[in-house]
Design a protein around this ligand. Sequence first.
Ligand SMILES: NC(=O)c1ccc[n+]([C@@H]2O[C@H](COP(=O)([O-])OP(=O)(O)OC[C@H]3O[C@@H](n4cnc5c(N)ncnc54)[C@H](O)[C@@H]3O)[C@@H](O)[C@H]2O)c1
Length: 251
Amino acid sequence: MATSEQFAGRVAMVTGAGSGIGRASALAFAAGGATVGVCDVNDEGGKETVSLIEDAGGKALFLHTDVASGDAVQEAVDTLVTTYGGLHFSHNNAGTHAMALTGELSEAEFTRVLNVNLLGVFLCMRYQIPRMLEAGGGAIVNTASIWAQTGMPTQSAYVASKHGVAGLTKTAAVEYAAQGVRVNAVAPGYIDTPMTAGNPKEALTAILSRQVIGRAGQPEEVAAAAAWLCSDEASLITGAVLNVDGGYLAH
Ligand SMILES: NC(=O)c1ccc[n+]([C@@H]2O[C@H](COP(=O)([O-])OP(=O)(O)OC[C@H]3O[C@@H](n4cnc5c(N)ncnc54)[C@H](O)[C@@H]3O)[C@@H](O)[C@H]2O)c1
């Protein structure tokens, strides 16, 4: 379990931090003593996350960042390095989805989802890794999904993007292990967040028939895994896609 000062003096960047899993992750890094760059396109949610961190005695900065824009990601990374002296951890977590059968999904929707979920993760790592190398090492966690490993009807763009995130994670892990940058992913199952709040009840029932723990997950349970993967306790772990799924993929 994380100790309260394990990230003291370190800087973390979390995307999609204005809501759900990203907010919980930003709070977890801050609780461990890190200064957190709270990145999101949702200004209200992002600023609220910063307030929650500050109210708990932590330190954070909101950075309006569209992860699908290389310029925006580079600016966020540079701002954190300039303001706080370095970048040590990141949780690349911003995500979106589109619901339609593959034969009916528009090209624009497919591209929109891939740009946020896959290009966004690439752009984050593209600009974070050189800064982590400058800092002498670091740790990255990308948010994949159980659907990085299986198909799911009506979610072809999402499933494709998450399979891609798993591949990017493993490749960057192999590339940078010797230089002290570990790269892993979390693969959440069904988690109670604003993203899933609008789902029909039948969707949850269907998923819980396989998410054998018998309940939806909480964002804090994914955040704890992400923070642990960045901690020294996970020093031998790189290139892993860690299921945080209540047993969904176990059968
Ligand atoms: N909730 C689940 O059941 C579940 C399961 C598996 C994986 N995930 C993944 O977890 C991650 C977080 O999802 P969540 O459930 O917390 O959803 P959420 O909707 O609560 O949070 C997603 C956040 O990403 C932000 N975002 C969207 N597009 C962005 C962009 N272009 N640039 C920056 N930020 C952007 C949103 O504004 C939002 O704050 C996503 O990658 C999602 O695919 C969620």
